[in-house]
Design a protein around this ligand. Structure first.
Ligand SMILES: [Zn+2]
Length: 439
């Protein structure tokens, strides 16, 4: 069973052009960062534990507008390193044979800026009184040197020094906080493998609201003055974690954090084990609740089970959008079927020129892709029934936990578990632009 559409080679993603080097892999990033907010200054030491995939005469990292002052390869200066565009090219003194582990220690500094890409700017962004990092899909090089491709996951340790009075929050578990004069250093560790674009640091005047759900440590960070409103708006997060753990399988990480900024943000965004919301989403309305559910669902679909190519973005957004409709159903609101009918009717009125399996970099975050992705899942649920559908979702998150996937993987798993012919069912939804009927 093969679908009609052919797919290109790895390591050449036109959605995020010239990012990532497929000739080596990073296993661990250790990021020691000092941030001065008033001047938007960052100085960092990044220590990368790497493995050569091919014999390496040179290797390339991604780093945008930040200057490297010192670089060591296995503790010694390399033959050469140079920066051109957003590339940092390192030439070792001798060829590094395939399979060899090596370490890069990179000292760098500058004033980080959001990184432009085909879909707009992403990455480091200053707030009125703090900063966020929202890197999907290409913004990671705006704040640390990396092998910026979503199929190269690594573990992370962060030490982030900020002025007293501010909190720095990164992915994973809070390990320690130490005051040093007029600064404070926050240490975080993410022990599950994470894609570069999902790494983040958030800095602001935040206080934590602590909770727990389904064995997961839950922290909601917000400005002190918004505590009561945020506690109310985010009160359903534990129930969401419990519902999604039942429907999708166990929550994939040790912790979950929601950061609510004092600023309003155009859109909320997911990071690994963390989501970022603007103060405009501090609301009990469905328009806010659906997005709180959406970002949480990305922890399963996107952050644990991660696309290998950006053209498969529906595997993140379609699933997270369907999770909104499932939360509606679970929380006693409208059933998913009602959302599906309504959205199918809306899409039927819109232009049908979006190819789900390869929407192109300009349309990868088009709202039609989100809704049609969710409709694809709803149509599949109608076809195979609830039991087989949720069994499929749980098998998907279990089999590909903490790893990378393609659309073909999902099509093949569906065929394996349910016998549904991928070319026939998914072909109509994903490889053709005309909207198929819902039943
Ligand atoms: Zn999303």
């Amino acid at each position: 069973m093969k679908r009609l559409l052919s797919r290109g080679p790895l390591g050449n993603d036109v959605y995020v052009p010239r990012h990532g080097d497929p000739t080596y892999s990073v296993r661990h990033y250790d990021l020691e960062l000092t941030i001065v907010l008033v001047t938007n200054a960052l100085s960092g030491i990044a220590t990368l534990s790497c493995t050569a995939i091919e014999d390496l005469d040179d290797l390339t990292l991604d780093l945008y507008r930040l200057r490297v002052s010192k670089l060591k390869l296995d503790g010694a200066p390399p033959a050469k390193f140079s920066q051109r565009g957003h590339h940092l090219v390192v030439r070792p003194r001798q060829k590094i044979p395939a399979g060899t582990d090596f370490t890069l220690e990179i000292a760098y500094h500058g004033s980080p800026q959001p990184m432009p890409g085909p879909d707009g700017d992403a990455g480091w962004e200053e707030l009125a009184d703090g900063l966020i990092v929202a890197s999907q899909p290409h913004g990671a090089p705006s704040w640390f040197p990396c092998n910026d491709r979503p199929d190269d996951k690594a573990t992370y340790a962060f030490g982030v020094t900020v002025p007293q009075g501010y909190t720095a929050i990164a992915n994973g578990r809070a390990v320690a906080t130490k005051r040093r004069g007029s600064t404070v250093r926050h240490e975080f560790a993410e022990s599950s493998p994470m894609a570069t674009y999902l790494a983040t640091v958030q800095v602001g005047r935040y206080v934590p609201l602590k909770g727990e759900a389904a064995g997961v440590d839950l922290t909601t960070w917000c400005p002190p003055g918004r505590k009561v409103a945020v506690a109310d708006a985010f009160a359903d997060q534990p129930a969401m974690i419990e519902a999604f753990s039942r429907l999708f399988g166990p929550y994939p990480f040790q912790t979950y954090a929601a950061v609510v900024t004092d600023d309003e943000l155009e859109i909320p965004l997911e990071a690994h084990s963390l989501s970022i919301f603007g103060s405009n989403l501090v609301d009990r309305d469905w328009s806010a609740q659906r997005l709180i559910a959406h970002e949480l669902a990305h922890q399963w679909f996107g952050n644990s089970v991660t696309l290998r190519h950006w053209r498969d973005i529906w595997l993140h957004e379609g699933f997270a959008c369907y999770a909104e409709w499932l939360w509606s159903e679970e929380s006693g609101g409208r059933p998913a079927a009602a959302h599906a009918q309504e959205q199918w009717g809306r899409l039927a009125e819109l232009k049908q020129d979006l190819l789900m399996s390869d929407p192109g970099p300009d349309d990868m975050f088009d709202d039609r892709l989100y809704k049609r992705g969710a409709l694809t899942l709803h149509a599949l649920r109608l076809r195979i029934g609830d039991e087989a559908f949720f069994d499929l979702l749980r098998t998907w998150t279990e089999r590909h936990r903490h790893s990378g996937v393609t659309t073909d993987d999902f099509v093949e798993l569906t065929h394996e578990l349910t016998g549904v012919d991928g070319a026939e069912f998914f072909g109509a939804w994903l490889d053709e632009t005309a909207l198929p009927p819902l039943t």
